[in-house]
Write a protein that binds this ligand. Structure first.
Ligand SMILES: *[C@@H]1O[C@H](CO)[C@@H](O)[C@H](O)[C@H]1NC(C)=O
Length: 327
C-alpha cells in the first residue's frame, strides 16, 4: 500500500471553470522530496509550481501550506484551503510511516531520498496530459502510464515488486486519474485566471557588458549580462554588425527572487577581434526595439576623456595663469 499515500501527491486544489486561452505558464505540478535519515528521522518537503514558477510551499513543522502569491489559492475558499492542508498533513504523516514500515521488505537502506512529481498540462484551456513520476535515490523508480504503475528500468526488481503490489489496488488508479485529469486542470485554470496580471506581465530586460576571466594568452572573454526580464523566452547574441557570432555561448536562464530571469552570453575572441562587436537582446517586452550594446563603445572613451583630461587641463591652465600673474 505504498502508493496509497503517494497518490495524494497529485491532490491539487480544485479551481474555477474558465475556458480562456492563456499565454504564459501552461502546466502545474507538485513536488515532494522526502528524506529518510534513519529509522526515526524523516523530513518531507512539498511545493507547487506553474511551469518553473513556484507558487506554493509547505511548512512541514506546522503542516500548513505557504502561499507565495496572493492568488496562490486560485478561487478556493478558506474552508477548502483548510481541508486541503489537513489532507496534505495527514498524507505526509501516513507516507512517512508507510515507507518506514516497508524499509525491510523493499530492502531499503538508510539514508535514502524519495522524490515525486505530479501534475497536468493545458493547451488553449484544454487538458492535454498529466504525469506522475517517482524517483528513489535520484534514479527513476516508477511512473504512471496508461492509468497504471510502470516500473522504471533504473528501479530494477524493487520497482517491479512495488508495481506488482500496488496494481492489485484497482481503486487507486481511478482516484489518481480523477486528480490528474480533472482536479489538476481545474486548479490550473483557476490559478492562471487569479494570477493573470502577474503571469502575463512584461518585464523589460537590462543589459550590461563585462570582461570575463581570460580564456588564454591573447584571448578575451566578453560577457553580456541580461537581467530582469519576464516572461522567460529571450534572444541574446554577440554580433559583428548584422552578423550573428556563432561562437556565442549562452548560459542557463537563471531565476531571480522577484520572478524575473537572468541570462549571460559569452564570446571567446582574440584581442584583435574585439573591436566592432556588440551584444544584441530581443525580448517580447521590447517590441522591435532591440537592446544593442557595443563593446568598448566610443562613449566610454569620451566619458573618460571628459572625466580625467578636461579637469586636468583646467587645473593646468589655472596654475599657469596664477604663475603668470605672480610674475
Ligand atoms: C537520525 O538522523 C538524525 C538526522 O541526521 C540525527 O540527528 C539523529 O541523531 C539520528 N538518530 C539515530 C538514532 O541515529
Amino acid at each position: 500500500m505504498l502508493l496509497l499515500p503517494l497518490l495524494f501527491l497529485a491532490v491539487i486544489f480544485p479551481g474555477g471553470d474558465h475556458e480562456d486561452a492563456f499565454q504564459g505558464p501552461t502546466s502545474y505540478h507538485v513536488i515532494q522530496i522526502s528524506t529518510f535519515a534513519n529509522s526515526t528521522w524523516a523530513q518531507n518537503q512539498g511545493s507547487g509550481w506553474l511551469d518553473d514558477l513556484q507558487i506554493l510551499g509547505w511548512d512541514s513543522d506546522s503542516g500548513t501550506a505557504i502561499f507565495l502569491k496572493p492568488w496562490s489559492k486560485g478561487n478556493f475558499s478558506e474552508e477548502e484551503v483548510t481541508e486541503m492542508e489537513d489532507l496534505f498533513r495527514a498524507y505526509f504523516i501516513e507516507f512517512t510511516r508507510r515507507v518506514q514500515d516497508y524499509v525491510s521488505e523493499f530492502q531499503l537502506e538508510y539514508p535514502f531520498v524519495i522524490q515525486g512529481i505530479a501534475g497536468c498540462e493545458l493547451h488553449s484551456g484544454k487538458s492535454t496530459g498529466s504525469f506522475l513520476r517517482v524517483a528513489l535515490g535520484g534514479l527513476d523508480f516508477m511512473s504512471v502510464k496508461n492509468h497504471s504503475c510502470a516500473p522504471a528500468p533504473e528501479g530494477g526488481s524493487r520497482a517491479q515488486q512495488f508495481c506488482a503490489l500496488i496494481s492489485q489496488y484497482h481503486g487507486i488508479w481511478g482516484i489518481i486519474d480523477t486528480l490528474l485529469s480533472e482536479t489538476c486542470p481545474r486548479y490550473l485554470l483557476g490559478v492562471l485566471d487569479a494570477g493573470k496580471a502577474e503571469l502575463q506581465r512584461q518585464g523589460k530586460p537590462e543589459a550590461w557588458l563585462s570582461r570575463g576571466p581570460s580564456p588564454g594568452p591573447g584571448r578575451e572573454l566578453l560577457v553580456c549580462h541580461v537581467s530582469g526580464f519576464y516572461p522567460k523566452p529571450v534572444w541574446v547574441m554577440w554580433m559583428r554588425g548584422e552578423q550573428e557570432q556563432p561562437g556565442t555561448q549562452q548560459g542557463d536562464v537563471l531565476p531571480s527572487a522577484d520572478w524575473t530571469w537572468y541570462l549571460q552570453a559569452t564570446l571567446d575572441v582574440t584581442a584583435g577581434e574585439v573591436a566592432g562587436l556588440s551584444c544584441r537582446v530581443k525580448h517580447s517586452s521590447l517590441g522591435d526595439q532591440d537592446i544593442i550594446l557595443y563593446w568598448g563603445h566610443p562613449t566610454f572613451i569620451g566619458l573618460i576623456f571628459l572625466a580625467i583630461i578636461v579637469p586636468s587641463l583646467v587645473l593646468l591652465i589655472c596654475l599657469a595663469l596664477w604663475f603668470l600673474r605672480r610674475w
